[in-house]
Design a protein around this ligand. Structure first.
Ligand code: PNS
Length: 158
């Protein structure tokens, strides 16, 4: 069975990595979908965001990453995937996730959204928080893959 792990990944965090790896233990194939035009204007280009995700998934069995520029449901259909996996951190995530899951269900009854609860050590993490910490020169070690840490350091040292 194929599952899609979609997101903006601007940039991918250790919390995302945890969800992607746990999803890959549940499904034969997991395609990480990097939204080309996410809801919020991204800091990193789609190509860079994909590169960071690929650094994490490359060589991992059953895992691959791809940019998508369509409805998520269409991306899932293209991959013959019947599952969308989303991570949930706190109640504050719930309302938005609930709306997205219901909208996606309106678009296709064949595709189910399933949620994986964030591991406690990543419950506080978000891409926005990481960018803010990096912008002010704070330490983001262990919050993001090293390739992202490096890219953020470079970006904000300019
Ligand atoms: O990491 P994010 O920003 O929470 O991811 C949101 C994302 C990219 C998964 C969502 O905005 C999305 O699915 N965009 C594709 C367009 C779409 O299908 N929209 C309808 C569902 S709300």
């Amino acid at each position: 069975m194929t599952a899609i792990c979609p997101g903006s990944f601007d940039p991918i965090t250790s919390g995302h990595v945890d969800i992607i790896k746990r999803a890959s233990l549940l499904f034969e194939r997991v395609v990480v979908g990097v939204a080309k035009h996410p809801p919020k204007k991204p800091l990193f280009s789609a190509k860079d965001r994909l590169r960071f995700v690929e650094a994490v998934v490359s060589g991992q069995k059953g895992l691959r990453a791809e940019i998508f520029d369509s409805l998520l449901i269409e991306f899932a259909q293209k991959h013959d995937a019947r599952i969308i996996v989303r991570g949930l951190r706190a109640i504050s995530d719930f309302e938005h996730e609930f709306q997205m899951a219901q909208l996606n269900r309106k678009l296709s009854l064949q595709i189910e959204t399933v949620f994986i609860m964030a591991s406690p050590e990543y419950g506080y993490l978000s891409s926005s928080a990481v960018k803010e910490i990096a912008e002010f020169g704070g330490c983001i070690e262990n919050m993001v893959p090293s390739v992202v840490e490096e890219a953020l350091r470079k970006m904000y040292s300019k």
